[in-house]
Design a protein around this ligand. Sequence first.
Ligand SMILES: [Zn+2]
Length: 90
Amino acid sequence: MKSDRFESWLQNIYHTQDEEISCTECFNLVSGFVELELSGEDPAIKMPQVKQHIQQCAVCREEYETLRDLQRFEDEGGALSLDDLQDLIH
Ligand SMILES: [Zn+2]
């Protein structure tokens, strides 16, 4: 039966409701999330909403990955070439 799936889907939504953030909020928070991650901390502990959002939202996940890669380049002291940027954005 389909109803089982529907119910777990519903529960999932209900379960995440109180912590859910919007894409705008995620966008505002994601740079802090990346900083935590790159400083060796687990950002999911301090910012679980962001973690949750990027797991559910492909747009924000891409935003996060791009930001993380950019930040990594900066941390390594490397300058981005146009090719690198295109790789990130494509
Ligand atoms: Zn989003």
